[in-house]
Every structure is written in structure tokens, then in C-alpha cells.
Design a protein around this ligand. Structure first.
Ligand SMILES: *Cc1c(COP(=O)(O)O)cnc(C)c1O
Length: 429
């Protein structure tokens, strides 16, 4: 029996589903999840000693690949001085200064430990600032697992949202209105009906949790305009896109200034930190200045902040995102071209170090269109690539990630593998 199988069997006895976060369980693609024992640069090694080129990068944080020497050095230096104080440190100030410099819409920022906390807190402060309760989100956008955000559209346009998870009270979900991504008509209708009640609109400015969906021209501007008109707080959830699509996040690419921004993933470089920040008058509603409570024992942890600072400084090098984007484009377009040449309907899209590959004709513009992709073919492609030593996200509905450690060797190996896998799939089908 493989060591992966053995570890998975034992884990399932003690950890629900054998995993500490559901998508890791390979539920969508079937088979045994790989248990990793180490990573270096663009590559990871599983419990059986098999090596893979990693296109998950811990779901985004590893902008420079695994165990980058500069990040490790920063962690080592910090940890030798103490792991946590529960008191302010100069490092947190450095991080705040850097975040405010890189993302100009952030005038004040607070650090916490996960993206879930950041979005939950951003919503609370938006509610506290506006004195309103209702929020608007988009189907297929993921903003962590807090109660108000695990909500799907009810039946019929603009009915109250319904819990998308057990354990979420229907009364709470009813305060979240859910519409399709890129659906300008539904957004206008929602504002016409509830505009005066909306505390916040929360959106992934490039959606990375329903595979990868780009905002259409004018969509983010429409949100900006309607929020301004109705006194609603616009929250850009850049937990995934922040520092990954561009140094200033997706907001810098589209030229939109949200009131609040949430960050996570890359800002910890692989250790747990996240942040939310934005307009000074809104952030001033937070305790201890204002009445909106938010706190965290390990918030601004010095080791995590040090890893994040080293990660962000490496990303500040001239041309960093341009180079990352070129590698990502070469890999993803190369895969899609080989797929089409083998007769599969396929498209790819990417921005910076984030990408989507779809087994369908044409890029999807919302969740229903993402769901139209050919999942069976994706699953067979996924397992073929896995056998070839290429680790893609184990789900047709997740984005993929490239790091600065991925280069021409990885592009070449990946495309050669894809060519063999497509040839095999074509003969098999
Ligand atoms: C990952 C993610 C989150 C949640 O972050 P966690 O650190 O997993 O809690 C929130 N929003 C977006 C857009 C994400 O991609």
C-alpha cells in the first residue's frame, strides 16, 4: 500500500474526512490525496517520495515557491527573538506602512490570522459604520467560512439568501443577498430594491474560487458607482488576488478604489496572517477607538509578519509580476493549445500568477457557466497529470497558481506531460 493511502486511512479515523480543509480530500476528483513531506521552489515531494511540479502553491500564498531562502531567513531571525508577545511590535508597523504604500486605498489596516477573519471583520465594520445590516455578495465568490458569507441565492431573483452550509441560521443568511457575478441587471435590481439597506457589497475583483472568472468591462465600475450613490461600503476581497495579480492588487489593474480591502494568503508567505483595511473614517469605528469589536491573540504575530514582509519585498523587484505573468501565460495557454489540438474544447486565462483552465468553449463569466465545463474530462486530465508528476488543484472549480520559482524547465516538463496525457485521453475516449 502506498504511504499516502496509509496516512489517509489513518487520518480519516481521527480527522473528519482525513483533512483539515475540505478540498484537500480529493472529493471532486476521486482517489487518494497526496500527503506532502517537503517542498523546494516549484516542486513538492509526497509521502512516497514522488516529486511534483506544484500548481497549487498552498492555494496561493507561496508567491516565491516553497522554502524560499530569504523568507526562511526572515522567519528564523524573527523566531529566535520570541514567537509571540500579545503586545505591539515594530514589525506590525512596518507591515502596516508597506500595505498602505502598496495599496493606496488602504489608509488604515488591521492584521489578523486568516482570510475568513479578515472578511468577517470587514463586514462587521461596514455594518457598524453604516448602521445597516444587509450585504450583497456574488454566487461563486468565496469569502471564507463565516456565517453571513456561507450563503447562496434563494429560489427566484432577489429573494432572501439561503445557507449554503449546515449550521448557518436561515435568519442570518436572509440578510445576505446573492446575485450572479458579472450580472449588471441583477446588481441594479438589488440596489433598486435594497440600496438604502445595504451595508456592504463584497466581491472578488477577479474571482478565484469558482475556478477563475474575470470581471467584465464596467462590472466593477458599476459596483463602485452604485455603492457611492447609496452610501454602501464596497469591499474588495483580495485575499487571493492581493500581490498575486499585481503589486497593488486587482484594484490597481482595474483602477477602482474600494472603501475596504481584505488581504491574506500572499501577505503571510505561507504563515497565517491576513489583513483588512481601507478608509480611515471606517477603520476608526474599530475598538479601541470605536464601538466595533474585533481582536485576536495571535494577530500580527511577529514570525508570520516577518515571513510576509520578506515575501512582499521580494515581489517589489522591478518587473516581478510581468515575469510571473509570462510564465503563467506560457504554461496555461500551452496546456489549452495542446488540449484543443487533441480535440478537446478548452480555454485558459490568467493574470499575474493566477490562472484558470476550462474544459469548455469560451471563458465562463459566472458560476452557472463554470459549472458547464466537462468535469469528467478534467478529472481524467487531473489524474493523468498527477501520474506525470504535475500537481494541479484537485477540483475543476479551483484556480491554479504559479510562483516565481517556476521557470522554463517547469514549463517544458508541464507541457510535455500535458501532451502525453491528452494523447492518452484521446485514445481512451
Ligand atoms: C482563501 C480565501 C478566503 C479565506 O481565507 P482563509 O485564510 O482560508 O480563511 C477569503 N476570500 C478569498 C477571496 C479567498 O480566496
Amino acid at each position: 500500500m502506498s504511504r499516502n493511502q496509509e496516512l489517509f486511512d489513518r487520518s480519516r479515523q481521527l480527522i473528519p474526512g482525513g483533512v483539515n480543509s475540505p478540498v484537500r480530500a480529493f472529493g471532486g476528483v476521486g482517489g487518494v490525496p497526496r500527503f506532502f513531506q517537503r517542498g523546494a521552489g516549484a516542486r513538492v515531494q509526497d509521502a512516497d517520495g514522488k516529486s511534483y511540479i506544484d500548481y497549487v502553491c498552498s492555494w496561493g500564498p507561496l508567491l516565491h515557491g516553497h522554502a524560499h531562502p530569504k523568507v526562511l531567513e526572515a522567519v528564523r531571525t524573527a523566531m529566535e527573538k520570541g514567537l509571540s508577545f500579545g503586545a505591539p511590535t515594530g514589525l506590525e508597523l512596518e507591515m502596516a506602512e508597506l500595505l498602505c504604500e502598496l495599496v493606496p486605498s488602504i489608509e488604515q489596516v488591521r492584521l489578523n490570522s486568516s482570510g475568513t477573519e479578515a472578511t468577517m471583520s470587514a463586514i462587521r465594520v461596514a455594518r457598524g459604520f453604516t448602521g445597516r445590516s444587509r450585504i450583497l455578495k456574488f454566487d461563486g465568490c468565496y469569502h471564507g467560512h463565516s456565517d453571513s458569507l456561507l450563503v447562496k441565492a434563494g429560489s427566484g431573483l432577489l429573494t432572501f439568501g439561503q445557507p449554503s452550509s449546515g449550521g448557518v441560521p436561515a435568519e442570518l443568511a436572509a440578510l445576505t443577498t446573492v446575485v450572479d457575478y458579472n450580472d449588471a441587471t441583477a446588481v441594479r435590481a438589488a440596489f433598486a430594491e435594497f440600496g438604502h439597506e445595504l451595508a456592504a457589497v463584497i466581491v472578488e475583483p477577479i474571482a478565484g474560487n469558482m475556478n477563475f472568472v474575470l470581471p467584465e468591462a464596467g462590472f466593477l465600475q458599476l459596483l463602485r458607482d452604485l455603492c457611492t450613490e447609496h452610501g454602501t461600503v464596497l469591499i474588495f476581497d483580495e485575499v487571493m488576488t492581493g500581490f498575486r495579480v499585481a503589486l497593488g492588487g486587482a484594484q490597481s489593474l482595474y483602477g477602482i478604489r474600494p472603501e475596504l480591502t481584505t488581504l491574506g494568503k500572499v501577505i503571510g508567505g505561507g504563515l497565517p496572517i491576513a489583513a483588512f483595511g481601507g478608509r480611515r473614517d471606517i477603520m476608526s469605528c474599530l475598538a479601541p477607538v470605536g464601538s466595533v469589536y474585533q481582536a485576536g491573540t495571535l494577530s500580527g504575530n511577529p514570525v508570520a509578519v516577518s515571513a510576509g514582509l520578506a515575501t512582499l519585498r521580494l515581489a517589489q523587484e522591478e518587473g516581478f509580476h510581468m515575469a510571473l505573468g509570462e510564465v503563467t501565460h506560457a504554461v496555461t495557454e500551452g496546456i489549452a493549445e495542446r488540449g484543443r489540438a487533441a480535440g478537446f474544447p478548452m480555454v485558459a486565462a490568467s493574470v499575474g500568477g493566477m490562472f484558470g483552465i476550462f474544459f469548455r468553449n469560451g471563458l465562463p463569466r459566472n458560476l452557472p457557466e463554470v459549472m458547464e465545463c466537462d468535469r469528467d474530462t478534467f478529472n481524467r486530465f487531473f489524474h493523468g497529470m498527477l501520474d506525470e508528476g504535475i500537481y494541479l488543484a484537485p477540483s475543476a472549480y479551483e484556480a491554479g497558481f504559479v510562483s516565481a520559482a517556476h521557470g522554463s524547465a517547469e514549463i517544458g516538463e508541464t507541457l510535455d506531460a500535458a501532451e502525453r496525457v491528452f494523447a492518452h485521453l484521446r485514445t481512451a475516449s
